[in-house]
Write a protein that binds this ligand. Structure first.
Ligand code: NAD
Length: 363
């Protein structure tokens, strides 16, 4: 297969970890006889410095021409002025909008050999392997009106609007059911249907859609119960699907289960398809730019390398190649490879961890 991948390195450790993932993709291309070409473009703070915009038009054009996009991270203290007209994170919102990305996928898999790094007791981590599917474009963060009003008594009332359209609910639920078919066939639809009208709409559509996927079991879970179960019995989940705000909170809760932010990948999929008929997705580790360790060559590249595996699976349909990366990461961890976020002794550098994983990738 011929594929073109855009790398948006971004700020801080972003360029370091995306370079590591690019090396793994090059290795995969060589091992499995594909031709991958790469280009690079600016996003975030470095883009603001160079052009005044957190996502210049040239980056949008490059993303629209690519089959998939691999992103490092954006932001850092240099751009942390709350009064600034443009912030690095504006680049993330802009690229999501430009690519029509409405679904964020975050797989969470606990590695038994890293149980010591998790805040949960080791026995709770056995068989933890679930996928959170979060709606990205609707809900409380975008609904209008969003404003402050001065009341007759001189006080202030703040208003946010929680709004969901049926088509937004349907497309994210459909994706969750489809993904569940390729996994353990269990969807947990997370809502707050006991109080919210948007959640009641969500629940109706989830129940109706379940009829189209007879092999998949659906359970409705209230968001407060889901938050509790994620720490009490996380192994019960397969695919969790939820709206924007609930997903924002639950994905961060889920992220700490495995022991380090540096381990987890994500994918954002949307309405556009690429030249191969797959979604033109955006793939990035869940962590930020880690300014405290940037430039030291010690960042854990695994979250970004696993994001590259998701890229192969979801944007190029290369399942064997994706599994080859995931198996290599697992084998490296089983063999004791650890970066500084996972050990105090004999920590590997980003480059050494990447080389360990490269050596374990098998066709
Ligand atoms: P962070 O994820 O950058 O770092 C949190 C902690 O985790 C730090 O101690 C860091 O050293 C560690 N860490 C993160 N990634 C690591 C890795 N790969 N290997 C080893 N250790 C790792 O979060 P933060 O410190 O809250 O934010 C720093 C900057 O990143 C801020 O400007 C924030 O706005 C931005 N940010 C960007 C994104 C994104 O690009 N998607 C996401 C979150 C935060």
């Amino acid at each position: 297969m011929n594929a073109h991948i855009l790398i948006l390195g971004g700020d801080g450790v972003g360029p370091e970890v995306s370079h590591a993932a690019k090396q793994v993709l090059e290795h995969i291309a060589h091992t499995f006889s594909h031709t991958f070409s790469f280009s690079e473009a600016l996003i975030g703070g470095c883009a603001i410095d160079a052009t005044g915009s957190a996502l210049p038009q040239a980056s949008i054009d490059a993303a629209s021409a690519a089959d998939a996009i691999l992103l490092g991270a954006v932001g850092g203290p240099k751009w942390d002025n709350t009064k600034a007209a443009t912030r690095p994170e504006d680049g993330l919102l802009a690229i999501r909008k430009a690519l029509g990305l409405y679904a964020n996928l975050r797989p969470v898999k606990a590695y038994p050999e890293l149980a010591y790094a998790s805040p949960l007791r080791p026995e709770l981590l056995t068989n933890v392997d679930f996928l959170v599917v979060r709606e990205l474009t609707g809900g409380l963060y975008f609904g209008q009106p969003k404003e402050r009003r001065t009341r007759a008594d001189g006080g202030i009332t703040a208003v946010d609007t929680l709004e969901y359209h049926d088509y937004e609910v349907q497309r994210i639920l459909q994706l969750a059911f489809q993904l569940a078919e390729g996994r353990r066939k269990n969807v947990s639809s997370v809502d707050k249907a006991n109080v919210l009208e948007t959640s009641r709409l969500w629940r109706e559509h989830a129940s109706a859609m379940a009829k189209d996927y007879p092999a998949v079991t659906l359970q409705h879970v209230l968001v407060d119960t889901a938050a509790m179960r994620l720490v009490m019995s996380p192994a019960q989940f397969d695919v969790l699907v939820t709206e924007n705000t609930f997903g924002d909170i639950l994905t961060d809760e889920a992220a700490v289960l495995v022991g380090s932010m540096g381990l987890l990948p994500s994918a954002s999929l949307g309405t556009q398809t690429n030249a191969h008929g797959f979604p033109r997705g955006l793939y990035e580790p869940i962590h930020g730019s880690a300014p405290d360790i940037a430039g030291k060559g010690i960042a854990n590249p695994i979250g970004t390398i696993l994001s590259a595996a998701m890229l192969l699976r979801h944007s190029l349909g290369l399942n064997n190649e994706a599994s080859a990366i995931e198996n290599a990461v697992q084998a490296a961890l089983q063999a004791g490879a650890r970066t500084a976020d996972l050990t105090k002794e004999n920590a590997l550098s980003t480059k050494e961890m990447t080389e360990k994983i490269l050596a374990l990738v098998r066709a």
